[in-house]
Ligand binder design. Structure first.
Ligand SMILES: Cc1ncc(COP(=O)(O)O)c(C=O)c1O
Length: 490
């Protein structure tokens, strides 16, 4: 049996490459020799030597029985899961696999409305009917938090035939609901809990973080190792606790959604990231938390800025937070988050995680240093100085769009007869498309929802602020596809 200090998949792939077999298989570049020279030299020999696919000695992600199985078993142990499945398609595919493993067409699933677009895709693919639960809204910051256990209980009471409850733990902004309580309630109804843990891979490895999905007893969790766990972009995992969900079903569905050509660079990076998280996760995250807490304090000392801290935790929907997320409200400066983002890019060569109408989000990770944090504080001080004259003494009102009413299942709406009409004239019509600001990728409408003027003006405000509104087939965001209305003939 391997220990957490080892990385059997990374080692196995490296050994295979070091043996320099004569290759008569894909990828055709054969360790970079057949590749554009400028690119291969830039990427480097080591990376190209392990750009391999599932030949027999290297195991197969679709039927793991060798080094991939060993690496997945080590990951399961590290995350406290019964099974871990590796993904080379980010967390979006594991999220779809979670939903499609437990829901068939017509089944109900309880979901918060502020879900990522991959959940909307999962609803369309599976044909499941969402029972939406309102997330708690933060009217000071203009963002959504988690859902309350009480709301989940009400939804389950009204829909005891639901096939799953989906929870975001934590949100993009690092706020977590009382997940253990939600799990306890759902399990009383024998309903499995599926967790979107895209922003929480590291929380399992530090005791000052919100409780992780597996530690809370959830059944499935799609966890982005690539986001905050140190693996390469697009590598991710799906953790499973067996009981209410069968691992064979999850493996089958995940496999159906996954490419047969799985990147060993990504898979090996997952194995190495797991080793680092399991053996050094606590120390590394202590460093990140310390940096972030110091930064939070400094930012809150800058006139006109506010960096959210534990004071926003006021209910079971905002129950715990990941302190390494620095959510900075710039609204009192009289500018939007996106204006601040552009200024930081242009004047300070600083890139943020995201901005919205009111806020900036900075991620602090174990990779950061005291000097880099100081550079950020200095830049934010300059930004605030520039706007001192505009600082508002009265609290600026924020607006959060209404959650639209769902009138058709997302799948029925997606496949219905549609027509394109100007967005400005779409009030009262049923959307056949999703539209969102990305990041964070939370839909303003999903297919099947009734378009309201409030939501149209929210889209307009985001566009005017220069935020990345996307999702419509018409990239100019002028026309939206809506369900065709069939009027009676005269
Ligand atoms: C809340 C949430 N869930 C899921 C995802 C999807 O993750 P990935 O980009 O790894 O597919 C994201 C990505 O930003 C996200 O923010």
């Amino acid at each position: 049996m391997f220990s957490q200090e080892q990385a059997p998949l990374f080692d196995g792939v490296r050994k295979h490459a070091a043996n320099k077999p004569l290759q008569f298989h894909i990828p055709g570049h054969k360790t970079g020799k057949g590749m554009d020279k400028e690119f291969s030299e830039y990427i480097g020999e080591n990376a190209l030597s392990i750009d391999l696919i599932n030949i027999e000695p290297l195991d197969d992600l679709h039927h793991p029985h060798g080094m991939i199985q060993e690496a997945q078993q080590l990951a399961a142990k590290a995350f406290g899961a019964d099974y871990t499945f590796f993904s080379v398609q980010g967390t979006s595919t594991p999220i779809m696999a979670m939903v499609m493993s437990v829901c068939k067409p017509g089944d109900k699933i309880i979901v918060p409305r502020n879900v990522h677009k991959s959940v909307t895709s999962a609803l369309i693919f599976s044909g499941a009917i969402p029972v939406f639960v309102h997330p708690q809204l933060d009217h000071k910051l203009g963002i959504s938090h988690g859902i309350t256990p009480e709301a989940v209980e009400k939804a389950l009471e009204a829909n005891p035939d639901a096939k799953a409850v989906l929870v975001i733990n934590p949100t993009y902004f690092g706020v977590a609901a009382d997940l253990a309580h939600i799990v306890e309630i759902s399990h009383r109804y024998e309903v499995p809990v599926l967790v979107d843990e895209a922003h929480g891979v590291h929380i399992h490895f530090h005791d000052e973080m919100p409780v992780s999905a597996m530690a809370a007893g959830a059944d499935l969790a799609a966890t982005s190792v690539h986001k905050l766990g140190g693996s390469l972009t697009q590598s991710s995992i799906l953790n499973l606790r067996e009981g209410l969900v069968r691992h064979e079903q999850v493996q089958t569905v995940l496999s159906m959604l996954t490419s047969t050509s799985t990147s060993y660079i990504l898979l090996a990076s997952l194995d190495a990231a797991r080793r680092q998280l399991a053996t050094k996760g606590q120390d590394m995250n202590t460093h990140a938390i310390q940096l972030a807490n110091d930064a939070r304090q400094s930012i809150n000392g800058i006139d006109g800025l506010y960096c959210a801290g534990e004071e926003i935790l006021s209910s079971e929907a905002a129950f715990a937070m990941d302190p390494t997320k620095l959510l900075v409200s710039v609204k009192q400066l009289g500018i939007s988050g996106s204006e601040a983002e552009r200024w930081l890019r242009k004047e300070k060569n600083i890139e943020v995680e995201l901005s919205d109408l009111y806020n900036l989000l900075f991620l602090i990770t174990p990779a950061d240093s005291v000097e880099e944090i100081q550079q950020l504080i200095d830049a934010l001080t300059d930004l605030a100085d520039l706007h001192q004259a505009e600082i508002s003494a009265t609290e600026i009102e924020v607006s959060i769009p209404e959650i639209p009413v769902l009138s058709l299942s997302p799948r029925d709406a997606f496949y219905a007869d549609t027509e394109a009409i100007p967005l400005t004239e779409a009030e009262g019509r049923i959307s056949a498309e999703s539209i969102m600001v990305y990041p964070p990728g939370i839909p303003i409408f999903i297919p099947g929802e009734i378009i309201s003027t409030d939501n149209i003006s929210y889209i307009q405000r985001n566009l005017e602020a220069g935020l990345p509104v996307q999702g419509l087939m018409d990239e100019s965001i002028e026309y939206i596809r809506v369900i065709k209305e069939h009027r009676a003939f005269r």
